[in-house]
Design a binder for this molecule. Structure first.
Ligand code: GTR
Length: 326
């Protein structure tokens, strides 16, 4: 007490204020469409802990989960213009802006989630990341988005034939619209937050996603038929606004990049556990999982490749991805 009283001199107070200013704290706002506890949300929180620790508390992250800041397309605009600092979204809504992102969004390109991880965390991932910078963001890391499959409220899908004529919600990307059309069904692009009621009211028959999304967004309550066709594995992206990035010192930029990479490894672990857990939850709730033969689905995607893999550069990118191990 005595010491504290002594410290309360004018000079000490001034010194305290100055120190306080030098280590002023910046709280970075980050968006995610998923609820608290979802692997991407937890990975970004982990990133926040790492940068807080490594910048001695100068930077912190606040994650606005559950689409509190808006649906993905809106939050992408917000992060591009610097209204929010960070954003974790799927790669697919970037397809019309960043041409190279079309490639990892293609159906049946990745052979397995491990293949996708190897590609995205290596030089090809770095190359694709460069394409984001001219659109106002720095890509900090990729996360695993798992394999997406179709689910619907109408009937079990045991073969490609069963999908014909059905109507599915897709993510807002032309590749997805063309992919569904190539399978003989029709696609309605729609924000994620509207899918539950669109299925419930019969506006669409169903949607497509991975097990953790199907479970956490409660789509399994209204669409019990899940066909494990695994038509695409779309990476997730974690980006920072250029406006916020440019305010960082080069040393802090390094800290952020390294922390993002470590958060990717954390997300992979959380992801694997959540896929298994979500599958259990939906099965216990009565979802019927069918496993249609994949080859007819793969064959049907030819026109999608012809349409989108339309330059020597993109053809080379596809080839290099196919040649990557995993
Ligand atoms: C999820 C993805 C979300 C969102 C959603 C969707 O798998 O993690 O970022 O894109 O799919 O289908 O809209």
């Amino acid at each position: 007490m005595l010491r504290f009283a002594k410290l309360g001199s004018a000079a000490t107070v001034a010194a305290f204020i100055l120190t306080g200013m030098a280590s002023a704290q910046t709280v970075l706002r980050s968006s995610d469409t998923h609820p608290d506890g979802y692997p991407t949300v937890e990975a970004v929180k982990y990133f926040g802990e790492l940068i807080k620790e490594r910048t001695d508390g100068r930077y912190e992250v606040e994650v606005y989960h559950s689409a509190q800041l808006g649906q993905e397309a809106d939050t992408i605009e917000q992060v591009r213009s610097g209204v929010i600092d960070l954003n974790r979204v799927s790669m697919a809504p970037w397809n019309s802006l960043v041409p190279a992102t079309l490639i990892p969004s293609l159906p049946y390109l990745f052979r397995s989630p491990e293949h996708a991880r190897n590609v995205m965390s290596g030089p090809i991932g770095d190359e694709i990341a460069k394409g984001f910078e001219q659109h106002g963001v720095v890509l900090l890391t990729y996360y695993d988005g798992g394999a997406r499959s179709f689910y619907n409220s109408t009937k079990p899908v045991n073969s490609l034939e069963d999908l014909k004529g059905m109507k599915f919600r897709v993510i807002q990307s032309d590749v997805f619209v063309d992919m569904v059309a190539a399978l003989g069904a029709s696609a309605t692009p729609m924000p994620y937050g509207e899918v539950y009621s669109a299925i419930e009211t019969g506006v669409i028959d169903g949607a497509e996603n991975n097990f953790p999304s199907y479970e956490s967004a409660k789509h399994f309550e209204v669409a019990k038929n899940f066909s494990l066709d695994e038509h695409t594995i779309v990476p997730e992206v974690f980006v920072m606004s250029k406006v916020s990035w440019d305010k960082l010192t080069p040393e802090d930029q390094e800290i952020f990049k390294q922390a993002a990479r470590e958060s990717m490894e954390r997300q992979w672990e959380l992801w694997d556990a959540r896929v298994a857990e979500s599958r259990k939850i939906v099965e216990a709730a009565g979802s019927q999982i069918t496993t249609p033969e994949k080859q007819p689905f793969i064959d049907a995607m030819k026109p999608v490749y012809e349409k989108y893999v339309n330059t020597p550069e993109l053809q080379d990118l596809v080839k290099r991805i196919q040649e990557t191990e995993g």
